[in-house]
Design a binder for this molecule. Structure first.
Ligand code: SF4
Length: 277
């Protein structure tokens, strides 16, 4: 028997700051994704590392595990191999996934195990009080928006994830906003339904360590991808728009090159081959 919508929440009260984007992800998972897919509580495993977003397993009444920083993707793959009937969801932040944890991703894509990774990207180490993270935009491109300027070029998580798919043509890669729960719900549900590795980037505000203008800029310049419709490129782009085709990883890589502050593309970037067993 599957659970009712409100039964996916534990009695633990979230301790996130008011306005934190993590509430949007929690609502998407517990009020929409799990009940809509009809996943029974004892058939789901939610695993995380360390960070603000990694508190999610405490708030969802399924199997859960708050593991080591950067290692949740490894635990998730082990769980899926041991218990293939479980829906396995991994939650992590940009610091967790793309610093100490980044080496796990090429192999997760290559193995193409049926797990869904959700990266909550707020461009900052929030739990440890606002240090630059691997995805913090570079000081020359963030236009003075962030207090914690980055001296080095940032890791572009979407570009890197897509590059891991080039060899094997596998994985499902998408991006949404924590503030658009309906759209995020559809992306996560498609990621879970995709038989193979899925990665969903969730752009999200951290009102404690960033000004409102940071996320407002991302939202203002964002554009939704629609299959078969022309993509919307930033003004600085010299390319001509093409019709969005999520089966083409080369086009997906080109989309991911656009700086997130200038044009955050939202939707399915790439839908690769699924597992046959
Ligand atoms: Fe959310 Fe930022 Fe507060 Fe962490 S510090 S709970 S990411 S608003």
């Amino acid at each position: 028997m599957t659970a009712k919508t409100d039964e996916y929440r534990t009695g633990v009260r979230p301790i996130w700051c008011p306005g934190c984007g993590n509430f949007g992800l929690l609502n998407a998972l517990t009020k929409r994704v799990l009940p809509t897919l009809g996943i029974a509580k004892h058939k789901a495993f939610v695993v995380s590392g360390i960070g603000c977003s990694s508190r999610v397993p405490a708030y969802i009444d399924t199997y859960g595990f708050n593991t080591l920083h950067g290692r949740a993707v490894v635990i998730a793959q082990g769980a899926k191999l041991a218990r293939p009937e479980l829906t396995v969801i991994v939650i992590g932040g940009d610091g967790d996934f793309f610093s100490i944890g980044t080496g796990h991703f090429p192999h997760a894509v290559r193995r193409n195990l049926d797990i869904t990774c959700i990266m909550v990207n707020n461009f900052v180490y929030s739990m440890t009080k606002g240090q630059t993270s691997p995805t913090t935009p570079h000081m020359e491109t963030q236009k003075g928006l962030l207090p914690n300027e980055h001296f080095y070029p940032p890791v572009d998580s979407m570009l890197d994830m897509l590059s891991y798919s080039v060899s094997t043509q596998s994985s499902f890669i998408a991006q949404g906003l924590s503030t658009d729960v309906a759209h995020l719900d559809s992306l996560i549900r498609e990621g879970i339904s995709h038989k193979g590795f899925s990665f969903i980037s969730v752009l999200t505000p951290c009102p404690t360590f960033h000004t409102e203008e940071v996320f407002d800029t991302i939202k203002r310049n964002a554009s939704y991808l629609v299959e078969g419709e022309p993509v919307s490129l930033p003004e600085s782009s010299k390319d001509k728009p093409w019709l969005h085709d999520p089966s083409d990883v080369t086009l997906a890589l080109r989309l991911a090159e656009d700086p997130v502050m200038e044009r955050a593309h939202l939707g399915v970037f790439f839908r690769g081959t699924e597992r046959e067993f």
